[in-house]
Design a protein around this ligand. Structure first.
Ligand code: VJV
Ligand code: CA
Ligand code: ZN
Length: 372
């Protein structure tokens, strides 16, 4: 297989935004990822691009005019008034009106839209935007740390060229915003793997399969605490392979939320860096163009480690890289081992109790077979 042409989108300003003191979402992780990619000499092996920032008009191809008009002007000082005391657009403390929130969103969305155009133009086989993947944002409001749904905007761009788009979401949370946006169409198949049961956002059961023309085209894989590499692989591989077989997508969008990793601050799975990156390998080996996006990931150093390793997978050089980290500006963060690794812990995999993993797998495969 010839080396894939990879385009990587990065805006040097992205790491400077802050959701506020103590908020788990840290845009700095994109800068740390970039520093590691630099230290590993990976930037020379791909097209490193800075996308144009997304305009309000572009954002309204999914979001309402009213919401975008609000987001483009809200500041920490006007938030209370413009949200009608926190009852509209930004509800609760998950989505603060932080300084520069709109610029941050325009970087994230601009990157994903540019990544999509890079694929449709034929200039890249794989494009990457680690600042994207904000899957909870809704048409008329922010949700779960996500304000603008860059994924929906990127998929809409892909649909101008391609008949069918497969969306795969390995973030520990359900990809509800993307599922909802394409719930009634058969041109986008959404497939989310997520923790289900007393967990945000609370949607994503296997009964939710799409509606109308889209019936059967929303796949949900609800999982339990402690999911390990073997369990994850045993369900991801057959479900994704079958989805590709029955749906025949022209392009794949893979949301690589890193909160499914072992030891994540908000996550509850026990997946290693290699187990997570296997999802990228598996898609790469299908020889279909694809886009890699970020998402969750709250243990910052592990998120950066994994996205660096996944960039190496996209480049096809994952076996050539030294797992001892090269010196870089953030080297201190990576002690005591200073290695490119995320190890498993001793958590029990509760998916293996009373056969739940097998039942969930069978139900997903059954749903896919009914599409043929
Ligand atoms: O569970 C929730 C909602 C609450 C309201 C907010 N409080 C703090 C907790 C309960 C009901 N929200 C989740 C949202 C998770 C979003 C995940 C996003 C992604 O990874 O899927 C894609 C990027 C949640 N879990 C944890 C927190 N919120 C949380 C929010 C904070 C916080 C600590 C935890 C907000 C501010 C501060 N600390 C200072
Ligand atoms: Ca998910
Ligand atoms: Zn998440």
């Amino acid at each position: 297989m010839p080396r894939r042409r990879v385009s990587y989108y990065y805006d040097p300003d992205v790491g400077s935004y802050s959701y506020g003191l103590g908020h788990p979402m840290k845009p700095l992780r994109m800068r740390i990822t970039h520093e590691l990619l630099t230290a590993y000499d990976m930037l020379d092996k791909m097209d490193v691009l800075r996308a144009e920032r997304s305009t309000p008009e572009t954002m309204t191809s999914f979001h309402t005019d009213e919401y975008i008009h609000f987001l483009a002007r809200v500041t920490p000082d006007t938030a209370e008034e413009l949200t009608y005391n926190g009852t509209r657009f930004l509800v609760g403390d998950d989505n603060p009106a932080f300084e520069g929130v709109f610029e941050f969103c325009s970087i994230s969305a601009g990157g994903t839209i540019a990544a999509a155009k890079r694929i449709t133009s034929g200039a890249a086989d794989i494009s990457i935007n680690w600042a994207g993947g904000l899957h909870h944002a809704k048409k008329r409001e922010a949700s779960g740390f996500c304000y603008i749904n860059d994924i929906v905007l990127g998929i809409l761009e892909l649909l101008r060229t391609y008949p069918r788009v497969l969306y795969i979401d390995i973030d520990c949370h359900h990809g509800d915003g993307v599922e909802e946006a394409f719930y009634t169409t058969d041109r986008v198949m959404t497939c989310s793997f997520h923790k289900f049961g007393e967990y945000f956002p609370g949607t994503g059961t296997q009964e939710d399969r799409g509606r109308g023309k889209g019936m059967g085209y929303a796949i949900n894989v609800p999982l339990k605490d402690g999911l390990n590499d073997d369990s994850f692989r045993s369900i991801y591989e057959p479900v994704v392979a079958r989805a590709v077989e029955v749906f025949q997508p022209s392009v794949i969008v893979l949301q690589c939320g890193a909160d499914s990793l072992a030891g994540d601050k908000l996550g509850c799975f026990n997946v290693t860096m290699q187990g997570h990156a296997h999802c990228v390998h598996f898609v790469r080996d299908m020889n279909i163009p694809f886009i890699l996006l970020g998402g969750g990931g709250y243990t910052v150093k592990n998120t950066s480690r994994t996205w660096v390793y996944e960039t190496a997978c996209a480049l096809g050089i994952e076996n050539d890289i030294d797992l001892n980290l090269p010196w870089n500006e953030f080297f201190d963060w990576f002690g005591p081992r200073y290695r490119l690794e995320v190890a498993e812990n001793n958590m029990e995999d509760t998916n293996l109790k009373d056969g739940s993993l097998d039942r969930v797998r069978e139900a997903a495969l059954q749903q896919l077979s009914e599409l043929q």
